[in-house]
Ligand binder design. Structure first.
Ligand SMILES: [Fe+2]
Ligand SMILES: [Fe+2]
Length: 130
């Protein structure tokens, strides 16, 4: 894996929420993202399918937690909307997975830094009371 990519994909304990299930899911998301860094477009396509399925389950799981149900209505709506945006990005990326590799990887790294990590820090930590 190239240096530039590995720094974005490294799991950091600063992302822990304190909820074991959420944290296990998030670690798995990072593992699945690192599987995308393959030179082989077919293997990228396969990894992308697994990632989409895992994310769908993960978002549904969070949204059914008692701590999610207990959020103020506006906050719950914002959290749900961010799940939609994250899911849409990954679905879009899935259709571009066989296109220009640099472009694809650039978009993914941007996704991790600008969308996924802030979501975990600002939204998911609240589910575990942090
Ligand atoms: Fe999450
Ligand atoms: Fe979330």
């Amino acid at each position: 894996m190239e240096q530039r990519a590995s720094q974005y994909l490294a799991w950091s304990d600063s992302l822990l929420t304190g909820d074991p299930k959420i944290d296990a899911d998030h670690r798995e998301i990072f593992n699945l993202l690192s599987n995308l860094w393959s030179d082989d477009p077919l293997s990228r396509t396969e990894s992308m399918k697994v990632l989409v399925a895992h994310l769908t389950d993960h978002f549904a799981g969070e949204e059914s937690l008692p701590s999610f149900q207990a959020l103020p209505a506006l906050e719950a709506e914002q959290h749900r909307n961010e799940h939609k945006v994250l899911g849409q990005f990954v679905l879009q990326a899935k259709s571009g997975v066989c296109q220009d590799e640099d472009e694809f990887m650039g978009a993914l790294m941007n996704f991790i830094q600008e969308k996924l990590i802030p979501h975990i820090r600002n939204r998911d930590k609240r589910l575990a009371g942090r």
